[in-house]
Structure formats: structure tokens, C-alpha cells
Unconditional design. Structure first.
Lengths: 494, 97, 126
């Protein structure tokens, strides 16, 4: 059983996804429990895999027992295993959370849950695989499911989803072209095999172009600054449980792919030393942070503001990778973990507010602290983490990033990082202030004081939100252990 | 907008054509793609999979997992269409809302 | 020089095709034209991949002749490279699936807005 754990992470939700429509025909209510139990199994297997990896190093799993360059293999090392646990547990929390909001926002419940599971399968498949073409197939599963989940949202979701299809397909096609160019000069699709063959070909123009196309394709998928235009519309209009699944994971999984391509497929000596990629990445990261922060300030819609914060956070991670020293990359990977948890939390809060108030504009936050106190406590924790206040996780990853930037002597990155933290303070304290306004200023005395009663979110929504809030503090407290035991080994040798 | 798109397209095309300069010639039997992984598919297909059609043996056996992914893609697309279109009802136009 | 052009021109043709599709995807205003562009782009990539598989000098379809008959040595140079064909079977399916999803969304957009011009839809959305 433990030998088979890596494949079961994927196969269990995949097979459950195939069966969900049949189950939905019998009883629609069963779908929810079915999805939750499938994802629970996935979490269990990914935790087992992580433990095996921690104990005995990287796992190689040959699908169909064909040896690597001929067949497809799964390679799970420390970075992979961490991502698997992250993706599956985020998906499980969102699945638990989704019960009420799906009932309210989405009409086809069975189809929604099937697509939801397939989305998770896509993410897991991207993360686990050791084969470039297999990665493309799962990238497309994740993208297609994402288009569907977004299009199921509120007014304007359709056109947002359509634009995402166009951008996303361009990204996927560029990635496929990159695979084609590499295949042409190497004859292999396996990542480890390519890493062995490629050093002899680093001067080839084909390899250079392939690298560029990989980078641009993945940058579209991760919404890196000039290519982020699809993201804010798509995630704002998507149903809240869909955006809570997509927003933390799609960008992070793409960043994982980027790390793999820069450091595993190509060696750092190619991607960092011979090409100016690292410098470009730092400057694009800086631009993304500035643009994201400024655009976030201009928004009046809560979810839209969060979307621009994601754009800025992507800038942190890409910049951190671009700084290209072990501490900054450690920081970037820790931030990958933190940011997935933080954005998940914020989107869960946004979902609760949408569920309770039927709207997600900022001005509707009046008296939220009295209406939904527990949710707002969780919200404050996430806000502190995004700003970077200890002991929440956000502080420590920013600390590593700043340390890395100081070592690389890139002062502009330090300044931008600190500046965007200040902007985050403004962003979130503005919301907290609105939340503390207990009187409705328009109708204050004439109608008498309207009593605001506690009207907390349903149990199934509150529990995941609070769990995420606790886990972001725990990640902060145990960040040393996480870095020492897992991330340490995930950092490539430079 | 059209001009910007045209410039982007031309740049992309130029980069792609720049990449073809170092490519092996078209139809070269000694290109890396023909020499590295694929020979096993050609020479061993009868022995290892008992299938004379190599495309079938690679599709369903050596890289069968990709094919599972492929069917999943189709299934995903189908479910997305059901998710989007089933609740349409009869209303054709609600322009003013 | 002439040899160089002859050995590369088919890649250039696919790139030209790709760029026609790419231009339609990002430059056109009509949603259906965008999708047609997407299809051209993906089809050109498929042609590109399949052309990798080609081997000159008498190579034939990747199906073994007389498989059940007399034993004879199978030479690599006698058959085309089967791997790109397999990859493209998968890519074709992906292409069709993307097309299906995109058209489903277009149908819904048309029912909701009554038009398929992007700027008109954005105007109606405001």
C-alpha cells in the first residue's frame, strides 16, 4: 500500500470524479460527501508520501513499470512532496467549505463537484509528474476545469472565462512548442533524462528558444505582471468556492513548474549564469509587486482587491527565485507555502461574506465585526500574515526574501518589498475600519438604531476558515522546522 | 490594438524562426529524435507488447498514462459543457438585464 | 544556401501558420474568429510535431510489415518515429476539448448578450 501511495494520490480522486455523475443521479447530496472523502484519501496518501520522502529521499515511481525515458515516471522529491500535501489539503478544506456556497451560487451541483475534483486531479498531476508531456496533459485538465468553474460564476463570468481560455491556450501552446523544440534536439521527454542530455546543447539556438517559450507560457499561467490581465476578472466573477480553489493553487502550481524548469530541466549554470533570466525575473517581480499593490489600492471590490494582491505575491516569489541565492529561494519556496494558505484564507473569508451579504464590495463590510465576529478574527489573522507581522507565516518568508535580497545586494527589491507591506497595511486596515463601523451613516437617527445581531457563518464554512487561520500561525511558529526538514532539500544546488 | 498584436506576432514568429536555424534537417534519419528514445519502440514493439502497430503500442502501453490523461481531458470538457449548458432553459435573449 | 532553405522551409511554413492563428487569437474582435485562430495555432503545432517524426530514405508507416510471417530484422531506419504521432493524438484530443469548452461558453455568451463582438459585450457589461 505504501509503495503505491504516489499513484493513489491521483488515482483515487480521478476515479471518484468518473463516478461522481453516476452518484449524482442517485442522490445529489451524496456528491459533497463523496468529494470530501476522495480528497481526504488524497491528503492521507500525500502525507504518507511526504513521510517516505523525508525518511528515504526521492521516490521514483514507474507507471506501467516501463523504465524512465521510454515510459512515464513520477519523481517525488522534497519540493514535490511538500506541494502535494499543500495542494491536496487546500483542496480538501475548500471542498469541506463549499457545501453551502455551492448550494447558493451554482445550479448544476453534480457537474460542479465533478469538475472540482478534476481540477484537483489536474493540479496534483502537474506537481507529481516527471515527464514534460505528461505535465502538459495535466496542465490542460487543470485549465479546462478552471475555465468551466470560472464560467459558472456570476454576471460577467462568461466573458472573463473566455478571455482566460484565449490567454490560457496561448500559454499552453507556448509550453507545447517548448516541449517540441526540446524533443527535436534531444529526443526525450523525461525531465531527468533531459537534464542529462541538455548540458551538451546549451549553445544551441533551439534550446534557447525552447527555454524562452517555456518561460512565457508558464508566466501566462501564473499571471506574472504584464500577462496577468486575465486573472482579476476571472477570479472575481467565479463562484466563491471555485475562486477559493483556483486562486491559491493555479499560480502556485505554475510557480512550481517554473522552479522545475529553471533548476531541474535546465541547470542553474544555464538559466542563471549564461542568460540574463535571473535579472529579468527580479525586475519583472519588482514591477509585478508595484503594479499589484497600486492596482489593489484602487479597487472597491474585495475579491478584486485580493486578485491584485495575488499579482503582487507572484512578484515576490518570481523575484525571490530570480535573486538566485539559496536563502532567497528558500524564502520563495516558503512563501509559496505561506501564500497559498493566506490567499486560501482570504478567499474563504470573501466567500463567507458573499454568502452572508450577497455581495463582495468593500462598502458592504459595515459592522462585519459584530455580524460575523469569528470570521473577521480569522480575516485579521490573514491580513496580518499578508502584511508580514510575526508570528504569522507571512513574516518569516518575507524575512528570508529580504535577507536573500540583501545578500544579492539588490536594494530595489528590498525597498519594494517593504513598500508593498506598507501598502498592504493601508489596504487591510481600511477594511478593518469599515468593519468596525456599527452605525449606518445614511439612516442613523431617523430610523432609530437598527440592532445588529451576530449572524455567524454556517459551521461547514467556519471550520475550514478557522483551521486555515490556525495553520498560518502554526506555519509561522514551526517555520524553522519546515525549512530545516523539507525546504532545505528542495533548494537546488547553485 | 491591432498594431500591437501584429508586433507581438511578428516578434514571436521571428524568435521561433531563429530557433529553427540549429534544428536538424527535415527528414534527417540521424536526428536526435530518431536516435534516442524511439528506436526501442520500433525494434522491441513485437517482442514487448506483441503489437505490430507501434503507435498503438506506445499509446496504450509505453505511454498509456498519457492516454488516461487524454480521456480525462475529454471527460472534463464534457462535464464543463454540462455544467454550463444544462441550466440554459428556453430563454434566448435577456439583453437588457 | 539552397540546401539550407530546403531543409528548413517546412518548419517555417508551420511557424507562419502558427502566427496566423496567434494573430487571430489576440488581434481579432469577434469571439468565433478568436477560436478559429486558436484552432489554426494548435493544428500548426500538430503539423510541426508530426514533421519531427519524418525520416527520409524509404522509411514507412510505423506498422511492422509481415509481423506474423517470416522473421526478419527490424531496422530503425525503416519506420517513422512513432512517438510524435502518439503525442499528437493526445494533443488533438486536448484541442478538441478546448474547442468544445470555448464553444459552450460562446453559446452562453450569445444567449446572454446577443452579440459576439468583444467590445460590444464589454460595453453591455458596464
Amino acid at each position: 500500500m505504501i509503495d503505491q501511495a504516489p499513484i493513489l494520490i491521483i488515482v483515487v480522486p480521478l476515479m471518484c470524479a468518473f463516478l461522481t455523475p453516476i452518484l449524482g443521479q442517485l442522490n445529489k447530496k451524496l456528491c459533497y460527501f463523496w468529494v470530501v472523502s476522495a480528497l481526504t484519501a488524497s491528503v492521507v496518501f500525500s502525507v504518507i508520501t511526504l513521510q517516505v520522502v523525508l525518511k528515504s529521499g526521492a521516490i521514483h515511481y514507474y507507471l506501467g513499470n516501463w523504465a524512465p525515458p521510454w515510459g512515464i515516471e513520477y519523481v517525488i522529491d522534497h519540493l514535490n512532496a511538500l506541494m502535494l500535501v499543500l495542494v491536496s489539503s487546500v483542496a480538501l478544506l475548500v471542498a469541506i467549505y463549499s457545501k453551502k456556497s455551492v448550494e447558493q451560487e451554482v445550479s448544476g451541483k453534480t457537474a460542479f463537484y465533478t469538475v472540482f475534483l478534476l481540477q484537483v486531479v489536474g493540479f496534483l498531476g502537474i506537481v507529481i509528474t516527471g515527464d514534460l508531456f505528461n505535465l502538459y496533459v495535466f496542465l490542460e485538465i487543470a485549465s479546462l476545469a478552471g475555465y468551466g468553474l470560472i464560467a459558472a460564476g456570476e454576471k460577467g463570468a462568461l466573458i472573463a472565462s473566455f478571455r482566460y481560455i484565449i490567454m490560457g491556450t496561448v500559454g499552453a501552446c507556448f509550453y507545447l512548442l517548448g516541449v517540441g523544440y526540446l524533443y527535436m534536439v534531444t529526443g526525450s521527454l523525461n525531465i531527468a533524462d533531459l537534464a542529462n542530455i541538455l548540458p551538451d546543447l546549451y549553445s544551441s539556438k533551439v534550446v534557447l528558444v525552447a527555454f524562452a517559450f517555456f518561460m512565457v507560457g508558464i508566466a501566462i499561467k501564473m499571471a506574472l505582471f504584464p500577462l496577468h490581465v486575465w486573472l482579476p476578472d476571472a477570479y472575481t466573477r467565479a463562484p466563491s468556492s471555485a475562486s477559493a480553489l483556483l486562486a491559491p493553487l493555479m499560480t502556485k502550481v505554475s510557480i512550481y513548474v517554473m522552479i522545475r524548469i529553471i533548476f531541474t530541466v535546465f541547470k542553474p549554470c544555464f538559466s542563471i549564469e549564461t542568460l540574463p533570466v535571473a535579472k529579468i525575473m527580479v525586475w519583472v517581480g519588482i514591477a509585478a509587486i508595484i503594479a499589484g499593490a497600486i492596482m489593489a489600492l484602487a479597487q472597491t471590490d474585495f475579491k478584486r482587491m485580493l486578485c491584485y494582491i495575488i499579482v503582487a505575491e507572484v512578484g515576490y516569489m518570481v523575484g525571490g527565485i530570480g535573486l538566485a541565492n539559496p536563502i532567497a529561494i528558500k524564502g520563495a519556496i516558503l512563501h509559496l507555502l505561506n501564500d497559498a494558505v493566506m490567499t486560501l484564507g482570504l478567499f474563504l473569508v470573501a466567500g463567507i461574506i458573499t454568502y452572508k451579504l450577497k455581495s463582495h464590495t468593500l462598502s458592504d463590510f459595515h459592522a462585519c465585526f459584530r455580524k460575523i465576529p469569528l470570521t473577521m478574527i480569522a480575516f485579521v489573522i490573514f491580513a496580518l500574515s499578508i502584511i508580514g507581522v510575526p508570528p504569522t507565516g507571512g513574516f518569516f518568508s518575507k524575512w528570508y526574501l529580504i535577507q536573500g535580497a540583501v545578500i544579492a545586494q539588490n536594494w530595489s527589491f528590498v525597498v519594494v518589498l517593504l513598500g508593498s507591506s506598507l501598502i498592504n497595511v493601508i489596504l487591510f486596515f481600511r477594511i478593518i475600519e469599515i468593519g468596525y463601523v456599527f452605525h449606518d451613516s445614511d439612516q442613523n437617527h431617523s430610523h432609530g438604531e437598527k440592532k445588529i445581531t451576530i449572524n455567524e457563518a454556517p459551521f461547514s464554512m467556519l471550520v475550514p476558515t478557522l483551521t486555515v487561520a490556525i495553520s498560518i500561525i502554526l506555519i509561522g511558529i514551526y517555520n524553522q522546522e519546515i525549512v530545516k526538514n523539507i525546504i532545505q532539500f528542495a533548494v537546488p544546488e547553485l | 490594438m491591432k498594431l500591437i498584436s501584429l508586433v507581438i506576432v511578428l516578434i514571436t514568429g521571428a524568435i521561433l524562426i531563429y530557433g529553427t536555424m540549429d534544428m536538424p534537417d527535415w527528414g534527417d534519419p540521424d536526428s536526435p529524435a530518431s536516435l534516442h528514445v524511439s528506436p526501442r519502440y520500433i525494434t522491441k514493439t513485437l517482442e514487448e507488447t506483441a503489437t505490430p502497430n507501434m503507435v498503438t503500442s506506445v499509446l496504450a502501453d509505453y505511454r498509456g498514462y498519457d492516454t488516461l490523461g487524454e480521456t480525462t481531458v475529454i471527460f472534463t470538457a464534457g462535464m464543463v459543457c454540462i455544467l454550463l449548458l444544462r441550466s440554459l432553459g428556453g430563454k434566448i435573449s435577456k439583453l437588457d438585464t | 544556401m539552397f540546401d539550407f532553405i530546403v531543409s528548413k522551409y517546412n518548419y517555417w511554413m508551420y511557424i507562419v501558420l502558427m502566427m496566423i492563428g496567434f494573430y487571430a487569437m489576440i488581434g481579432k474582435n469577434n469571439l468565433v474568429k478568436k477560436i478559429i485562430g486558436m484552432n489554426i495555432f494548435q493544428t500548426a503545432i500538430i503539423l510541426f510535431f508530426v514533421s519531427i517524426a519524418c525520416k527520409k530514405g524509404g522509411a514507412t508507416l510505423p506498422i511492422i510489415k509481415h509481423a506474423h510471417g517470416a522473421e526478419h530484422a527490424i531496422k530503425v531506419s525503416h519506420y517513422l518515429n512513432p512517438l510524435p504521432h502518439v503525442l499528437m493524438l493526445t494533443a488533438i484530443v486536448v484541442m478538441v476539448a478546448t474547442l468544445g469548452v470555448a464553444i459552450a461558453i460562446i453559446i452562453k455568451i450569445y444567449r446572454e448578450y446577443g452579440t459576439l463582438e468583444e467590445n460590444e459585450i464589454l460595453r453591455k457589461l458596464k
